[in-house]
Design a protein. Structure first.
Length: 100
């Protein structure tokens, strides 16, 4: 199961058979270890040839090179000095409210 929305996501099941039909309603019969056969949408499995998969990004060689150059440039930047929080949770420059 490759679709994280499916309850059996991440499980490896034995494929009994793939039902033929329109792509949007295609399904596969999977057998669990206990012998129970389940009918699952084909698009939820690695057997899917459907186009509607999770979003994927394809980078051309130039885009990948530009990204790697940016990473290298970022590594050369000095680290920023971020103030550490006080144990009390207050900023060091905060003033306490005084009641008259």
């Amino acid at each position: 199961m490759t679709d994280p929305r499916e309850p059996l996501w991440g499980k490896r099941l034995l494929a009994e058979r793939v039902a033929r039909g329109p792509e949007e309603v295609a399904h596969v019969f999977l057998r669990r270890d206990d012998g129970v056969v389940l009918r699952v949408p084909l698009c939820a499995t690695s057997l899917s040839t459907l186009v509607n998969h999770a979003p994927r990004a394809k980078l051309c060689k130039q885009a990948a090179q530009e990204f790697l150059d940016l990473v290298k440039e970022y590594e050369l930047c000095p680290p920023t000095n971020t103030p550490k929080p006080n144990k009390s949770g207050r900023r060091s420059n905060e003033k306490r409210d005084k009641k008259s």
